[in-house]
Design a binder for this molecule. Structure first.
Ligand code: URA
Length: 186
């Protein structure tokens, strides 16, 4: 079956998922972009704006992420953008239960897209996806795991850069410059 159709089926499952909806705030944010993307960007959880519009990374963090993507010569429509948690969490920050559950949906999305590179934006994304302890300050700008043909690459979450621009903006820019070289076909 066509990858777009398969992703739409997963998006439907997310929308109707009783477990996700236990503390449902706003609408589901399944993810968006190219169903055949080589590069997938993984955040943390939707914010308020995302939960109103049902689209990932459209608030301030999203504007920054999307500008970094464009700066390395990629189009937002070339890549796929999502997060392990598919609904706005109750207190804004996802619990480990939210992440563990959302990961089930995310893994199904990976199975369809079959990306070459997964860019993990920050600790929550990295620990949620890889299920191990990750140190962003020490290991950003590197592939921190390679599994079943997928390279997992670590950088900062754009919200951290908005909070401490002096400290992290240059690091994140440098990390992004390496991303394109990680895939042969983009
Ligand atoms: N932060 C995330 O991790 N995801 C979004 O969609 C928005 C903000």
């Amino acid at each position: 079956m066509d990858k777009n159709k398969l992703l739409a089926i997963i998006a439907d499952e997310i929308e109707n998922c009783k477990e996700c909806q236990r503390d449902k705030n706003g609408v589901a944010v399944a993810g968006e972009g190219n169903s055949d993307a080589d590069i997938v960007f993984i955040g943390e959880a939707p914010g308020k704006k995302e939960a109103i519009e049902g689209r990932p990374f459209i608030g301030r963090s999203g504007q920054l992420l999307r500008s970094f993507i464009r700066e390395i010569g990629l189009n937002e429509t070339d890549v796929y953008i999502t997060s392990p948690v598919k609904y706005l969490p109750d207190r804004g920050t996802p619990t480990s239960a939210d992440i563990a559950h959302g990961r089930i949906h995310l893994m199904k999305q990976f199975d369809v897209i079959k990306p070459k590179v997964v860019v993990l934006l920050g600790r929550v994304a990295a620990e949620g996806v890889l299920q191990k302890k990750v140190f962003v300050v020490k290991d950003h700008g590197q592939i921190i795991e390679e599994r079943e043909g997928i390279k997992y690459y670590l950088t900062y979450h754009p919200a951290a850069v908005l909070r401490f621009p002096g400290k992290f903006k240059l690091f994140m820019k440098q990390d992004f410059e390496k991303i394109k070289s990680l895939v042969t076909k983009v």
